[in-house]
Design a protein around this ligand. Structure first.
Ligand code: CS2
Length: 472
């Protein structure tokens, strides 16, 4: 079988030098930032924006990409759309598991001007209630004690400390689904620096030389399957272990606040704006919140994919009511939330992109805050309705309880705590009592907590349609 590589795809344009270190070399990065960067190089002929991709949690992606010289195919599949292109922007791959020191050295390399990140919500070791670094996290404690850093924050700070020696500014570009993601990352970096060596001087150097622009990223990219690989092989005769499949839609809105230069992303559809907040809020609160609602309700109803879940009229109806009645009032009145919501539901319905409910259901403890609970807090401050948001949280609660009762361990960094709560005599109250998720204001005894408990009771015995009728 012929494998995709530099030898079998010699015409693909490749950068020659490192410009970007990307932490979190998952499918999303490859289908999003790596594709934009590839297209920008194609257009301008600038060869200085090679990406060094760092795999954070396992060496699997490194093992897929290394024999392919970093090349991979991006397949876009939509209704009536099917195109494949080979992306050449990743020129080196490092496994942080095997070589944490190499990650730090690369971030320190003065040729590099941007460090971008897609390490998912849990990668930031955040305390969701305060938005600051969890200083009791055992990996953070171990990194601060001086080992070759294993956490993303530890790697970033150690790399930045090296850059200070050559006085090389840096742009750190967070591309994860978190509100004010640039500011949030700047804060956790500051928290880490404050506990480390030479904290005053390093902190000052960072505030003068490192920028943390916020960005909103959007593209649906399911995990690649063996069927995808066989499909590509049949089409092209090439075997590609690192292939990624995405929807045609893509969006990247970036705060125009860099400390360095950047690829010509603006020429290939990236929008640079003074303030990302309105975009980011709408995307997280509408797209990601509805995704989670469909993942939990759909998973419980036995739907394997998000497309199947959104095709169920009861689930689609609930999604629309959550968007229009509860979320929309919390969003900038200048934005057309209903139209955006309809477009999102159409994207979810893409039948050619089997995105599983199981994948979106992962890491719920990290996702509820950024996607749903911020909206609840804003809605409550405005005395607006929150009932459908309560159903979304109740769907997660039921999902956690069902999974636990069925003897499955959740795919969630708080799996132990969630499993214990779900096995307690009053699992709904125990789950809502987890302050690291719900804070002290949205717990079991709060007005919102009571709404969640009611919805959870209705969902336990009734259908989604019955729950909606009962709560209307
Ligand atoms: C999804 C996101 O897995 C999830 O939780 O909601 O990855 C979603 O597909 C992207 O944010 C779309 O841009």
């Amino acid at each position: 079988m012929t494998r995709l590589s530099g030898a079998t795809a010699p015409d693909v344009v490749r950068p020659t030098t490192r410009g970007i270190i990307h932490l979190g070399l998952g499918a999303f990065h490859r289908a999003h930032q790596a594709a934009f960067t590839h297209e920008a190089s194609l257009l301008t002929g600038d060869t200085s924006w090679g990406i060094v991709g760092v795999t954070q949690r396992s060496s699997r992606v490194a093992a897929q990409l290394l024999p392919q010289d970093g090349l991979f195919t991006l397949v876009e599949k939509g209704v009536g759309v099917e195109r494949a292109s080979v992306i050449g922007s990743i020129i080196e791959v490092i496994s942080a598991v095997e070589d944490p020191a190499a990650v730090v050295e690369s971030i320190g390399d003065p040729d590099v001007r941007i460090v971008s990140l897609t390490v998912t919500e849990k990668g930031y070791r955040l305390d969701p209630a305060t938005g600051r670094l969890r200083l009791d996290d055992s990996d953070i404690v171990a990194d601060l004690a001086g080992r070759a850093p294993r956490t993303v924050i530890g790697q970033l700070v150690a790399g930045i400390a090296l850059r200070r020696k050559t006085d090389s500014p840096l742009t750190v570009l967070c591309c994860d689904n978190l509100p004010h993601n640039g500011r949030l990352l700047a804060n956790v970096v500051a928290d880490y620096v404050a506990r480390g060596q030479d904290s005053d001087r390093l902190g000052r150097w960072i505030s003068e030389n490192v920028a943390f622009p916020s960005s909103m990223v959007d593209r649906i990219v399911p995990a690649t399957t063996e069927e995808d690989r066989s499909w590509l092989h049949e089409k092209t005769g090439l075997h590609d272990e690192a292939l990624v499949v995405s929807e045609p839609f893509r969006q990247w809105i970036v705060e125009d606040a860099f400390a360095t230069d950047r690829p010509a992303w603006d020429l290939v559809g990236v929008q640079f704006v003074a303030d990302v907040e309105p975009w980011e809020t709408m995307k997280l609160r509408v797209l990601n919140a509805t995704h989670s609602l469909l993942a939990y309700l759909g998973g419980r109803a036995g739907y394997v994919t998000i497309a199947e879940a959104v095709a169920d009229p009861a689930l689609a109806s609930l999604s629309r009511r959550m968007i229009v009645e509860n979320i929309s009032p919390t969003i900038d009145p200048g934005l057309n939330v209903s139209a955006y919501g309809e477009e999102v539901l159409r994207r979810f319905a893409n039948p050619n992109l089997p995105h599983t409910t199981g994948q979106v259901a992962m890491d719920g403890s990290q996702k509820l805050g950024p996607r749903i609970l911020g909206t609840v807090r804003d809605a409550r401050a405005m005395r607006g309705p929150t009932i459908w948001l309560a159903v979304a949280v109740a769907a997660w609660v039921r999902f956690v309880i069902d999974e636990t009762l069925d003897g499955r361990v959740l795919d969630d960094p708080m799996a132990g705590i969630l499993g214990a709560a779900a096995s307690s005599p009053d699992p709904v109250a125990a789950l809502l009592g987890i302050e690291r998720i719900f804070g002290t204001d949205l717990g079991a005894e709060s007005e919102f907590g009571l709404q969640v408990a009611r919805a959870a009771r209705l969902l336990e015995t009734g259908s989604v349609a019955e729950t909606e009728t009962e709560l209307s």
